[in-house]
Design a protein. Structure first.
Length: 307
């Protein structure tokens, strides 16, 4: 039996009380904190779903619901090791690690936990060579698009003109799919220039459409629509239909390849320009994720021939 409060200094008794509460009361759950975090930050449903996957994975490893005390170096490192040992792709484990550490850092900043993440196991990712289309392949893709027939639903917009405009704008602007879907007709100036605030980074980027891209956009212009592409197709619909077009053209690739293709050819023509074209603020990202060495190899410096 514990000594009564009257016989114990108040400071010591307060420590004992806090210890008792900790021992008796259940530890708050990470899932509850993740829910509060999602509400306070206004996270997108896809991001909330990603958090759920991570917490489910941690719960399977612990064989119970993750608690506040599980924001600990040894626990998280053991979980990451188990994820890698299970044969899970390193990119997936890397993403899960980043997601959990984001929650942990926020919990520390909000004083929900006493320590910030430190000395957490790094996940080594395999190097990937960025992919892009050659000029010949772009022409091949457009030739396949020109054979498209029919129109899009009740919008009286030719499928051929829609996809030609999509490829042209995607190639000349290097915008991500989400930004392309938000793009409006009234954003484009008469000289083909436009300023876009990138949704992912919040960074403004200036783009310029060449004449053939402007002509393609004018071909699908309708007074009843504000957005060039987003009012005609959803993100999923564009991804699926574009993948089918690429396959018919006998090529590999996805909508993401338009961004890397534009960046690669910018870099091939003007070395060092890919960073500005993509709207990056960090040096090295363009070459790491977008610039294809296959495209720029002709512009690479080489020593003189040995005679």
């Amino acid at each position: 039996m514990f000594t009564s409060p009257q016989r114990v200094p108040s400071l010591l008794w307060g420590t004992i009380e806090r210890w008792l509460v900790t021992m008796i009361a259940p530890s708050p759950l990470l899932r509850d904190y993740a829910q509060q975090y999602a509400v306070s930050r206004g996270l997108a449903p896809s991001t909330v779903k990603a958090h759920t996957y991570v917490l489910n994975s941690l719960a399977r490893f612990l064989q119970r619901e993750p608690e506040r005390s599980d924001f600990a170096r040894d626990t998280v490192n053991a979980w990451l090791f188990a994820e890698l040992s299970s044969g899970l792709d390193a990119n997936t484990v890397h993403t899960r690690r980043r997601t959990l550490l984001t929650l942990w850092r926020d919990a520390f900043e909000e004083s929900w936990v006493d320590s910030a993440p430190a000395r957490i196991r790094k996940i080594k990712l395999p190097s990937k060579i960025p992919n892009a289309w050659t000029q010949e392949q772009i022409r091949q893709l457009l030739a396949t698009i020109d054979k498209s027939k029919g129109s899009l639903h009740c919008h009286r917009v030719s499928r051929c003109l829609f996809w030609r405009a999509y490829v042209m704008v995607g190639y000349y602007t290097g915008l991500r799919l989400g930004d392309l879907l938000k793009l409006r007709f009234d954003q484009i100036e008469r000289d083909g220039s436009l300023i876009v605030i990138q949704n992912k980074t919040g960074t403004p980027v200036r783009c310029v459409l060449e004449y053939e891209a402007m002509s393609a956009v004018e071909g699908i212009l309708r007074p009843e629509r504000a957005r060039i592409f987003g009012d005609l197709m959803s993100k999923k619909c564009i991804q699926e239909n574009f993948a089918a077009i690429v396959k018919r053209a006998g090529l590999r690739g996805s909508t993401k390849w338009l961004r890397s293709t534009g960046a690669s050819w910018c870099e091939a023509v003007t070395p060092g320009s890919a960073m500005a074209f993509l709207g990056h603020r960090t040096h090295g990202l363009a070459y790491k994720h977008y610039v294809s060495p296959v495209i720029i190899q002709g512009s690479q410096p080489s020593p003189p021939k040995i005679e």
